[in-house]
Design a protein around this ligand. Structure first.
Ligand SMILES: [Zn+2]
Length: 455
C-alpha cells in the first residue's frame, strides 16, 4: 500500500514541474501593469524562465544573479502596432524595438511579396537582432485602378506578387484558396473608394461577400480596409470581423442606427489608426517636429520633409478639409476628441478596440508613433489602463495569440517594457523606457544618431 502511495506522490510531483532553483531572470519589487486591464500590482517579482513568464509572486527573492531591481519602476507588456507597413524593415525594426513595440501586424504594402514577408517573419522569430514579432495579412485584395495602387503608383505593385485584383467569384474561389496556404492572419481586403477624389467605385458587395465566404471555408479571416460608414456596413454585411481603420467612420449612437446594432452583433476587432489624422497636420506643429528631430532616431530625409513647403501647404489644406466636416477650429484635440468619444463607447460595449498607427505613411514614425497613438487616446478621454490593454491584450486577442502573448502572466512569452515613470499618471510616460525585453531577453536599443542596420 505504501508503495502505491509513494508512486502516486511521484506522479503528482511530475504533474507540475518544480520551479527552477535559479531563474534566467527576475524583475524584482516592480509595479506590474499586466495588460489585462486589471489594476496595477505593487512590489511584485516577475520570474522569467526559457523566454516565458514562469511565475509572479511576492515572496522575498533569494537569487542574487540575473536580478533586475524594479523598485519604483513599472513593468508593462511589450506593445503591439496592429497597422504597420514597412518598405524597409531593416531600418524600421530596430526602431520598433527601441520604442518597445515587440509585435506588429503588417497589412500588406507595395513591397509585401511572400519573400519579403518571409524575411520579416524570420527576423521577428529570433531575439538577438532587434526585430518585433511579425504577423501579416495577405497581399492587398483590390480591383484594377483602385486603392492602394492608384493612390501610391510609385510603389512596386505587381499583380500576383504584391497585390491581387479581384475579377469574378470563380477567380476569388481559387485566389482565397491560394493565399490561405500562406502563413497569414487573414486576407487584406481594400474596400475603398478613394481615399481622395476622383473617387472610384467600391468593390461590389457580391465580391466582398464571396471573399468573406471563401475565407471562412478555408479557415482564414478577413481584415477590411474601410474609410467611411458605407464601407464599414459593406464589411459587416459580409460578416467580416476585423476592421483596419477607424478614421473616416462617424457613428451616431444617439439615434441607435442599424449600423450600431450590427457592430455590436459582429464580434468585431477594430484597429484605430488615429495617427493618420495627426500625420495630416504634422508639418504645422513645430513642437511635434522638434520632438521627432530630438530623438535623432529617424531618417533625416523623412524628418526634413516635415519642413518642406509643399508638405506645409498640403497640411494647411487638410486643416481646411476638417472645416468641411464641421470642425471650425481644427486643432488636434478638436479633430481627435469626437473620434475617441466613439471609440470609448465601442470599447465599453465590448468591441475589441486595438491600437495601430498606419506607419509607412509620411510622418507616422515607426515605433514612436504607437506612443503618439496612445497619447491621442488619452487626449480624447480614455484611461491609461484601458489604452495599455488596447495595445496588448486586445491586440493579441485579434491575432488569436492570447494564449501565448499579450499580457504579463505565467505561461506567456516574456515580451515586456520596464519604465522609469508611472504610465497610469500620464500615458506619455510609456516613453520613459528603461529596458525592452523580448522573449525574456534584454533587447539592444538604438544609439543616436540615425543609422541603418542591414542584416
Ligand atoms: Zn494601411
Amino acid at each position: 500500500m505504501r508503495v502505491i502511495y509513494f508512486i502516486i506522490f511521484l506522479l503528482l510531483l511530475g504533474c507540475s514541474a518544480p520551479p527552477p532553483t535559479v531563474y534566467d531572470l527576475i524583475i524584482a519589487n516592480v509595479n506590474l501593469i499586466d495588460g489585462t486591464g486589471r489594476d496595477m500590482k505593487s512590489k511584485v517579482n516577475v520570474y522569467i524562465q526559457d523566454g516565458k513568464v514562469n511565475a509572479i509572486g511576492t515572496a522575498p527573492v533569494t537569487q542574487t544573479e540575473n536580478v533586475i531591481d524594479g523598485t519604483d519602476k513599472y513593468l508593462i507588456p511589450g506593445l503591439f502596432d496592429c497597422h504597420a507597413h514597412t518598405s524597409s524593415y531593416e531600418e524600421d525594426f530596430p526602431r520598433f524595438i527601441h520604442f518597445g513595440i515587440t509585435t506588429i501586424l503588417c497589412p500588406g504594402g507595395s513591397k509585401s511579396s511572400n519573400k519579403y514577408f518571409a524575411r520579416m517573419r524570420a527576423l521577428g522569430n529570433q531575439d538577438s537582432l532587434p526585430a518585433p514579432r511579425v504577423f501579416h495579412t495577405s497581399q492587398h485584395f483590390t480591383m484594377e485602378g483602385r486603392h492602394p495602387v492608384k493612390t501610391y503608383p510609385e510603389g512596386s505593385w505587381v499583380e500576383g506578387k504584391t497585390v491581387f485584383y479581384l475579377r469574378d467569384t470563380l477567380q476569388i474561389e481559387s485566389l482565397v484558396k491560394q493565399v490561405s496556404q500562406y502563413p497569414i492572419v487573414g486576407i487584406k481586403l481594400t474596400i475603398e473608394d478613394g481615399p481622395a477624389p476622383p473617387f472610384v467605385e467600391r468593390i461590389p458587395q457580391a465580391l466582398i461577400n464571396k471573399v468573406a465566404q471563401e475565407a471562412r471555408k478555408n479557415g482564414t479571416e478577413v481584415f477590411a480596409h474601410v474609410s467611411d460608414n458605407t464601407e464599414l456596413s459593406m464589411a459587416l454585411k459580409a460578416g467580416i470581423k476585423n476592421i483596419l481603420h477607424f478614421t473616416g467612420v462617424d457613428l451616431d449612437f444617439k439615434n441607435g442606427t442599424s449600423l450600431i446594432d450590427s457592430i455590436y452583433n459582429s464580434d468585431l476587432s477594430w484597429v484605430t489608426t488615429l495617427m493618420l489624422d495627426k500625420s495630416f497636420i504634422y508639418p504645422l506643429h513645430n513642437d511635434w517636429v522638434e520632438r521627432v528631430e530630438k530623438t535623432g532616431l529617424f531618417n533625416p530625409e523623412d524628418v526634413k520633409l516635415l519642413r518642406d513647403p509643399t508638405q506645409i501647404k498640403q497640411a494647411k489644406q487638410m486643416r481646411l478639409m476638417y472645416k468641411n466636416f464641421g470642425i471650425d477650429d481644427p486643432t488636434l484635440k478638436n479633430i481627435i476628441e469626437p473620434q475617441v468619444a466613439e471609440i470609448k463607447v465601442l470599447y465599453e460595449n465590448g468591441v475589441n478596440m486595438v491600437l495601430g498607427t498606419d506607419t509607412g505613411n509620411n510622418f507616422i514614425f515607426p515605433g514612436y508613433s504607437l506612443h503618439e497613438e496612445m497619447q491621442l487616446m488619452e487626449l480624447g478621454g480614455m484611461t491609461p489602463l484601458d489604452i495599455i490593454k488596447m495595445a496588448s491584450f486586445n491586440a493579441a486577442k485579434m491575432l488569436n495569440v492570447l494564449e501565448t502573448q499579450g499580457t504579463i502572466e505565467a505561461g506567456k512569452v516574456a515580451d515586456m517594457i520596464l519604465l522609469d515613470k508611472n504610465p497610469l499618471e500620464t500615458i506619455s510616460n510609456t516613453l520613459s523606457i528603461n529596458t525592452v525585453f523580448k522573449h525574456g531577453k534584454i533587447q539592444r536599443r538604438l544609439i543616436q544618431p540615425f543609422s541603418t542596420t542591414k542584416n
